[in-house]
Write a protein that binds this ligand. Sequence first.
Ligand SMILES: [Zn+2]
Length: 244
Amino acid sequence: MSAPAAGHRPGATPEEVWAARSPGWPAWVPDPAWRRVVVCAAHPDDEVLGVGGAMALLAAAGVELVHVAVTDGEASHPGNPVLAPAQLAAAREAESGAALAALGVSPVDAVRLRLPDSGVAAHEDRLVEELVPRVLGADLVLATWTGDGHPDHEAVGRAALVAAARAGVPVAQYPVWAWHWSHPGDPRLPWDRARAVALPPGVQAAKRAALDCFTTQVRPLGPDPAVLPPEVLAHAHRDHEVLW
Ligand SMILES: [Zn+2]
């Protein structure tokens, strides 16, 4: 996720509030004819937080997955004395690989574009050019949401929409950060387009194991508190994921 400085805002919506809402969104059902799906993540961990369960279900159904990591997430701990940015980037790349393995996902292609963490918007045109050939011929693109409240997530969402439109491929976007700053019924979110990906218990367990692979994010690192503390991770421990 690479939380911006506003990270753990007081007043963030606890998962219990979301759980009590029981919205009953229509089910998202993968098309059995799908052969290849491209998953775009702004930072290593977005893909698991947002659609780790969906990726596991698609992989189990024999769908080829392409994982595009737009940044290496090197800006999650500025000034940290334990890991410098380059070391953090390497650690997060390894964490993402371990997490996908925990989900039973072996991407046919794992693409690292190495755009600057927290600076994707300045490279959006280049990102579109990088994405177009990779989404050509795919059945679906999954990407972070254009309204997610993190500039990198939003830039990746916008670029994915443009690239997929050029390639004639549909897009489903996944919120990550929005679960933290929004609230049930929040009119800023496109609830009318929401679809729920139901996660069986085995997939939920695999997703928990996958999230635990992101050591630099889910645990304190030197003097820095966890970027993904339990109250934020709780949103990713649900029995469903949401796409729109
Ligand atoms: Zn992120």
